[in-house]
Design a protein around this ligand. Structure first.
Ligand code: GAL
Length: 362
């Protein structure tokens, strides 16, 4: 086991061979090809031919005092990132759902082979309402660099029950005290699913995962961030099909990162401590809509500060330069634009369990 562990670390160091010169520096702030700080957070990567597009939250700070929308950077060498600008822009009209003071978080772009469109999913909060709208939203574009146009914004699967929950067991119950044993039982039975059944399920931190059979899934923190849900998407990747499950009720998982390895689906999540880092968790399944198993008590991270995910919070797993890369944000809430990125290799131990070591430069 020990040998395997060190062999894995050695493998991590060898990985730099795949990307040539140190492509990613997990310590120094990142600049684009114009020399400006990169402003791209909570996002993900889409590779189109030989170009990697990195999408993320534009955040107020350096060059604007409000969040403009979804930013995009592109590269072919994983070293030089060109600013492609704001590919999904908020609008000036105060009556619009996507008016300038709404919130966009955790944008992910996928390409849909059926429609030929690039499809952007994001967590959407309405202006002036904090995090209570708890919506997801979809926008589409004919090119990877936009302009993405809003298709819809709303909750998930209104009127539809999850496949793995018995309906109407706890309907109409409004728990008056939270965090008690009784309350956890109600959460487990779906008290918040029932509360939201007509309007649809809450959706905050999220990702989109496209499987190798072409099926896509929306994975999101729901039920007051207490429970993760996984919802199948239609073949256009722009709406839910109504098939969805809930996993780890009351487990308080956020920031889902999904990848597939050795025929298994893996998910790395964070706990719920806002912008502050916490210990990453990991879970696996044989089927996206099947049973998910927690790797109890274990974080995939190893090395100094592994218990705090090295100060980061996951956002996406991308294949870059032949490596599986765990992308995370080092949030700096006082100036979110200045939040740094951590991009770390995902390795696997002898049992096939993910291991994420801290590597300064690779
Ligand atoms: C985090 C979440 C971020 C953002 C933040 C706001 O837990 O992962 O995306 O929503 O809370 O406090």
């Amino acid at each position: 086991m020990k040998f395997q562990f060190f062999a894995s670390i050695a493998a991590a160091l060898c990985l730099s061979a795949n990307v040539g010169a140190a492509a990613f520096d997990n310590v120094a702030p990142m600049s684009d090809t114009d020399g400006n700080p990169v402003n791209c957070h909570g996002g993900g990567i889409l590779k189109v031919d030989s170009v990697y597009y990195w999408y993320g939250e534009h955040r107020p700070g350096h060059e604007a005092n409000y969040q403009k929308g979804v930013s995009c950077y592109s590269t072919t060498d994983l070293v030089n990132w060109k600013n492609e600008g704001i590919v999904f822009e908020k609008v000036d009209d105060p009556s619009s759902e996507i008016q300038k003071h709404c919130t966009i978080e955790r944008p992910k772009v996928v390409y849909c082979p059926k429609t030929g469109k690039y499809v952007l999913w994001f967590h959407h909060e309405l202006a002036g309402r904090g995090y209570e709208a708890a919506r997801c939203a979809v926008a589409e574009s004919d090119t990877p660099v936009g302009p993405f146009k809003l298709k819809w914004s709303g909750r998930v699967n209104p009127g539809v029950y999850p496949m793995n929950m018995e309906p109407r067991q706890v309907k109409g119950i409004v728990p008056d005290e939270w965090w008690t044993e009784e309350w956890f039982k109600l959460v487990d039975k779906g008290v918040f699913v029932e509360r939201d059944i007509d309007g649809g399920q809450m959706s905050r931190d999220m990702t989109v995962f496209v499987d190798d059979d072409g099926k896509a899934y929306h994975v999101y923190s729901s039920e007051e961030n207490l429970t993760l849900q996984i919802a199948e998407l239609n073949d256009d990747y722009n709406a839910h099909t109504g098939k969805y499950i809930r996993i780890f009720p009351g487990g308080h998982n956020e920031a889902p990162v999904v990848f597939k390895h050795g025929g298994k689906y893996w998910m790395v999540t964070s706990g719920c401590t806002g912008w502050a880092p916490n210990k990453a968790r990991m879970m696996w399944a044989d089927d996206m809509l099947g049973e998910w198993h927690m790797v109890e008590g274990k974080t995939p991270c190893i090395g100094p500060d592994a218990e705090l995910t090295f100060g980061g919070q996951g956002t996406y797993c991308a294949e870059m330069g032949g490596n599986l890369v765990f992308m995370a944000d080092k949030w700096t809430p006082k100036c979110l634009a200045g939040s740094g990125s951590l991009w770390l290799p995902i390795l696997f131990d002898r049992e096939g369990t993910p291991v994420i070591p801290f590597v300064t430069k690779w």
